[in-house]
Ligand binder design. Structure first.
Ligand code: CTP
Ligand code: MG
Length: 232
């Protein structure tokens, strides 16, 4: 099989705020999205990248990889899962059903080549697919909101992981899974969730904790620091 990257970059970054979507902010001499893409563009085993952009996007064309031949653009959708689905439809025209698709957030610029290599390696002989993930170190409570947030109960921490990206699944299976979620009206925030809905169990591959998603303003300096640390 071949390996493809799908990069959802069609979000508006509402939690981050500001006039420019977070994936286009200046970041360590370039822009956030340049880093998120570069690790795939530079990897010899990645056949190509499909990038989902908002129809209102006015920033992509000013970026470093705007004219790069390995990057195919598609229109994103209302939710992240719609953006991924659109990218998979485009990919299906030139890729095989059992090719691997690695879906990676445009807002996650600190993915290292080593973690990407480890994920590709984990796909060897893997029937379902895999995602980079990080074990949780905090104790996690569920809350009952009716009377102000009060603890309902405490979750067993040994079982809890943060789901990061990339998340890698077979093209045909991920298409089917996203379609099913859509048909059933299930809101999902990552690709593994769709696969799980099919009754399958993706492999959790422990990755670097610094592969964070830029979500809120305080995440940007943190990601910048992590990137500097990686480059030392
Ligand atoms: N994304 C997308 N299409 C959408 C929504 C999100 O392609 N309709 C992308 C974002 O651009 C981002 C990734 O999915 O790279 C992860 O989503 P998230 O962190 O939620 O980004 P936003 O949706 O832009 O932010 P927010 O939820 O705060 O508005
Ligand atoms: Mg979002």
């Amino acid at each position: 099989p071949r390996y493809w990257a799908v990069i959802p970059a069609a979000g508006a970054g509402r939690r981050f705020g500001g006039p420019v979507p977070k994936q286009y902010l200046a970041f360590a001499g370039r822009q956030v999205i340049d880093y998120s893409l570069a690790v795939f563009i530079d990897h010899p085993r990645i056949a190509g990248c499909v990038l989902a952009l908002s129809p209102e996007d006015e920033w992509w064309r000013e970026t470093a990889y705007a004219a790069h031949p390995a990057v195919q653009r598609v229109a994103g959708g209302a939710e992240r899962s719609d953006s991924v689905a659109h990218a998979l439809e485009a990919l299906a025209e030139r890729a095989a059903e059992d090719d691997w698709v690695l879906v990676h957030d445009a807002a996650r610029p600190c993915l290292t080549r080593l973690d990407l290599d480890r994920l590709l390696e984990a796909l060897r002989d893997e029937p379902v697919g895999a995602l980079l993930a990080v074990p949780l170190h905090d104790t996690v409570k569920t809350a009952e909101d009716a009377l102000g947030p009060r603890v309902e109960h405490t979750l067993p921490r040994q079982q809890l992981w943060r789901a990061y990206t990339p998340q890698a699944f077979r093209l045909g299976q991920l298409r089917q899974a996203l379609l099913q979620c859509r048909t059933e009206g299930l809101a999902i925030t990552d690709d593994a969730s769709a696969i799980e809905q099919l009754g399958l169990r993706p492999l959790l591959l422990e990755g670097r904790a610094d592969n964070i998603k830029i979500t809120r303003p305080e995440d940007l300096p943190l990601a910048r620091f992590f990137l500097e640390q990686q480059q030392e």
